[in-house]
Design a protein around this ligand. Structure first.
Ligand code: GDP
Ligand code: MG
Length: 163
């Protein structure tokens, strides 16, 4: 029960780093769910007095590019069902990749709000580079450094505004 936010995106964009940072605010318990859901982590976060569930997708090991894409597709579809809001994370250091575009295509079909989060925006130079991500066509775009924490407050303000 409750409002659920899922973080999706291809590997290495920083989903788990951001997930852990969100949970730090509260020292929440992260269930290490076994079995079919072992590729997802569940946690509880709170911000400005509002509590919500967070799902970190991924964690799987890809054997080939095909498996890779199938897995990401599967995770995004599950997240679209389970979550009330989707955080679509990308990485400014790689720019928009083909996989990002595929995930974007899936998410555009969602009736739920999607926040595009460009991560690893650690400095002003990267902030300039990150403007290319407006090209993915999402209404809500955030620039974040999960490493330094820069931009996370603005994002969380807008997340809890949807609760
Ligand atoms: P995931 O596969 O999407 O869960 O990505 P991870 O959270 O495992 O992060 C992948 C790599 O990116 C790790 O080496 C992180 O330390 C690094 N990383 C995550 N966030 C940032 C960030 O904001 N800036 C930089 N420079 N590196 C980051
Ligand atoms: Mg991860």
């Amino acid at each position: 029960a409750g409002f659920t936010v899922a973080i999706v995106g291809r590997p290495n964009v920083g989903k788990s780093t951001f997930f852990n940072r969100m949970l730090e605010q509260r020292k929440a318990i992260v269930d290490d769910v076994s079995g079919v859901t072992r590729d997802r982590q569940y946690g509880v976060a709170d911000w400005n007095g509002k509590t919500f569930n967070v799902i970190d997708t991924g964690g799987f090991v890809a054997n080939s590019d095909d498996v890779f894409e199938t897995e990401i597709r599967k995770q995004v579809k599950i997240a679209m069902q389970e979550a009330n809001l989707l955080i679509f994370m990308c990485d400014v250091t790689t720019g928009i990749t083909d996989l990002d575009s595929e995930v974007a295509d899936l998410l555009r079909r969602s009736s739920k709000p999607v926040f595009l989060v460009v991560n690893k925006v650690d400095n002003n130079e990267r902030r300039l580079e990150a403007t290319e991500f407006y090209g993915l066509g999402f209404e809500h775009v955030f620039f974040l450094s999960s490493m330094t924490g820069s931009g996370t407050g603005e994002l969380l303000d807008d997340v809890v505004a949807k609760i």
